[in-house]
Design a protein around this ligand. Structure first.
Ligand code: PMP
Length: 403
């Protein structure tokens, strides 16, 4: 990968923060956008803005064509069998809420169980907890090791006739662990249990083929994959989406409405109430094409090199502990330095132009499992460089010295 050229594609990377060159290492929270994505948004508003699906006029049809073409780009990106399996949402969070709500309503009764893991983001915990008080389902939590790996051996002991769905993250946003989702899906399916994969932290790093994986649902956010905010994707196997009731009601999701009886639209529109983000879909498609052109394998290789290098450099620092030492890791490093509160570390790194995230990373139960309250998290993207890792390591050392 030609990093000099790639970095030129991202206008924000050349800006300064506090008089220092920006070193953006908060990619787990959101990625920066290449110029082609920014330009696509302007182009769409400048040339093709009209509400989709219901207009007979030229612009509406042009916007509809682009929106539906973008759905096919997403379909190809994750290799879904049909565009009907791609539902546009506002993000990962909305996609999980959709499945939690519709799935539990249709398939769960009192004391049925949903299995998640101990390393889930709040958005793969709380939507299920909301269902606990509605349909009476119970959450079961797959434990993890001190290294941050799922205790796979526990899965079969937790599965019972009450288990209705397993919902796990592909990559932990805190630990970077790449979970053995192929194995989890295989085990779940041997008991006829469907699986939802939270790919919010994986789709931008690892090539995903939903047919090969055979997952039943997979969700991700556009903004973490170089696309615009407010946009997300729910993939669901057609056989499941057909059976699930709508999540929200409104325009676009109906076949016909009367006060006596309303019928619903076909897939995927049944799950897309209201005006969709037809500008966002085009910009997301542009982002996915951008990373596909670079090559997901090239991106993975580069980010893995960054992870290895950053792990080495940070490990040189006295009293620095890395949380998450799984064998199979994505480009996320969470760490704590003895005697330096993560918040102070974050603020003092920021003064040097280095953007990292600090806190519980929306994974409070995981923090409790690790026995800590917060970490500093550096998360790398395709445009980061080894020089930036050096700036981070030097920056951390400088902060440690100050304390
Ligand atoms: N799951 C994981 C693993 C995440 O890292 C995040 C975002 N930090 C989410 C879900 C939620 O994504 P969003 O806020 O874009 O809906």
């Amino acid at each position: 990968m030609d990093l000099t050229q790639i970095r030129k594609d991202f206008p924000i990377l050349s800006r300064q923060v506090h008089g220092k060159p920006l070193v953006y290492l908060d990619n787990g929270a959101t990625t920066q956008k290449p110029k082609c994505v920014i330009d696509k948004i302007t182009e769409m508003y400048t040339t093709t803005n009209a509400n989709v699906h219901r207009g007979v006029h030229f612009l509406s049809q042009a916007a509809t064509d682009k929106h539906e073409a973008s759905r096919r780009v997403v379909q190809q990106f994750i290799n879904a069998t049909s565009a009907n399996e791609i539902v546009f949402t506002r993000g990962t969070t909305e996609a999980i809420n959709l499945i939690a709500s519709s799935f539990c309503r249709e398939f769960c009764k009192e004391a049925d169980e949903i299995i998640i893991s101990a390393m889930e983001h709040h958005s793969n915990i709380v939507p299920w907890q909301l269902q606990e008080s509605i349909s009476g389902v119970k959450l079961r939590v797959l434990p993890i090791t001190d290294e941050g790996e799922i205790e796979l051996g526990q899965l079969e002991t937790m599965i019972s006739s009450r288990t209705k769905l397993i919902s796990v993250t592909h990559v932990s946003n805190v630990l970077g662990t790449i979970n053995p989702i192929e194995k989890i899906i295989e085990i779940a399916h041997s008991y006829n249990i469907p699986v939802l994969i939270d790919a919010a932290q994986s789709v931008q790093h690892i090539s995903i083929d939903v047919q090969k994986l055979d997952c039943d649902f997979l969700v991700f956010s556009s903004h973490k994959a170089y696309g615009p905010t407010g946009m997300g994707v729910l993939f669901g196997k057609e056989k499941w989406l057909e059976k699930l009731p709508p999540y929200q009601g409104g325009g676009e999701m109906i076949a016909s409405v009367s006060f006596e009886k309303t019928t619903f639209a076909n897939l995927p529109f049944k799950f897309e109430a209201g005006t969709p983000d037809y500008i966002g879909s085009s910009a997301l498609a542009t982002a996915l094409k951008y990373i596909s052109n670079l090559g997901m394998d090239n991106i993975l290789k580069h980010e893995h090199e960054l992870l290895t290098y950053a792990t080495e450099r940070l490990s040189e620092i006295d009293n620095l502990k890395i949380y998450g030492t799984a064998k199979n890791k994505s480009s996320v490093i969470s760490f704590v330095v003895d005697g330096v509160h993560p918040y102070d570390m974050g603020v003092l790194l920021d003064m040097q132009g280095i953007a990292v995230r600090t806190g519980h990373h929306c994974a409070e139960p995981l923090m409790r499992r690790l026995g800590i309250e917060s970490t500093v998290r550096a998360s790398f993207a395709l445009y980061n460089t080894k020089d930036e890792v050096d700036v981070l390591a030097k920056g951390v050392k400088r902060v440690v010295k100050m304390f």
